[in-house]
Design a protein around this ligand. Structure first.
Ligand SMILES: NC(=O)c1ccc[n+]([C@@H]2O[C@H](COP(=O)([O-])OP(=O)(O)OC[C@H]3O[C@@H](n4cnc5c(N)ncnc54)[C@H](OP(=O)(O)O)[C@@H]3O)[C@@H](O)[C@H]2O)c1
Length: 246
């Protein structure tokens, strides 16, 4: 049966790959991101609308457009997120911390809380969260980003408890290194520095993560995959990456 799948942050990387994977599966899509132009033509027949998860007004407009186009939401993929900078805590700035926490944590909560009540009333629904191995293991220069991803774990656990009996599934898909625009954003547009992150190694591709998301959401209704940790074969922890010597 065709489902209504909402993907936040669908203009790039993992979100865009999720949009393609769900579309190929035959689902109806609503896609949001700040760069609306990048959503155009991503998948045929999708509802596309601007979305800034740090703005409640933007979220409400986006969700209204989504439900007007495709009806009640079956799957919400909370993908919008970012890391900003690699400063140590002592050298960090409140601006970057707030951006990460407001996007990755508060933004996710603000979207999710508006979607859950209808899912509970309809007795089914799937909340997917794109976490990270950063939420499992901290690293120097990543304290706040790691904290924002770690925060998603108790949030997911609490939602499972609070919605128990309503047929709601909650899955966290937690990837290691994925080759997307993530590092360009983290290094504030420094593409050369971003490219070095992936140099000589074989990172995950966005489509690899999208496959995990699609898999989790296509299990039978009584099966909930709580957490999927997906790593490149060449990565054993945030700081253990195998690189081919040339
Ligand atoms: N790449 C990795 O190594 C990796 C590993 C583990 C987890 N993750 C997580 O995967 C998710 C997707 O990241 P990615 O790797 O695909 O990076 P990406 O290519 O930079 O994509 C990030 C997406 O998030 C959107 N976004 C950012 N801020 C937003 C906001 N305020 N409102 C709405 N959308 C917003 C961006 O769209 P606009 O800029 O157009 O708004 C973009 O579509 C993130 O949550 C990230 O933390 C990434």
């Amino acid at each position: 049966m065709s489902r209504h799948v909402v993907v936040t942050g669908a203009s790039s990387g993992i979100g865009a790959a999720c949009a393609r994977a769900f579309a190929a599966h035959g689902d109806r899509l609503s896609l949001g991101a700040r760069r609306r132009d990048r959503l155009t033509g991503l998948v045929e027949g999708a509802c596309i609308a601007p979305l800034d998860v740090t703005s409640p007004t933007s979220i409400e407009r986006f969700l209204a457009a989504a439900t007007a186009a495709h009806g009640p939401i079956d799957v919400l993929v909370n993908n919008a997120g970012l890391a900003r900078g690699v400063e140590k805590i002592a050298e960090g700035t409140g601006e970057a911390w707030r951006e990460m926490l407001e996007t990755n944590v508060i933004g996710l909560l603000e979207v999710t809380r508006r979607v859950l009540p209808t899912m509970m009333a309809q007795g089914r629904g799937h909340i997917v969260v794109i976490g990270s191995i950063a939420g499992h293991k901290a690293y120097p220069g990543g304290g706040v980003y790691c904290g924002s991803k770690r925060a998603l774990q108790p949030i997911c656990e609490a939602i499972r408890m609070e919605t128990l009996g309503h047929g709601i599934r909650v899955t966290s898909v937690d990837p290691g290194m994925v080759e997307t625009e993530f590092s360009v954003v983290r290094f504030r547009g420094d593409a050369e520095r971003a490219a070095k992150v992936y140099q000589g190694t074989r990172p995950l591709q966005a489509a690899d993560v999208a496959e995990c998301v699609l898999f989790a959401t296509t299990r039978p209704a009584h099966v909930n995959l709580d957490t999927i940790v997906v790593m490149p074969t060449d990565q054993a922890s945030p700081h253990h990456v195998h690189r081919a010597t040339t």
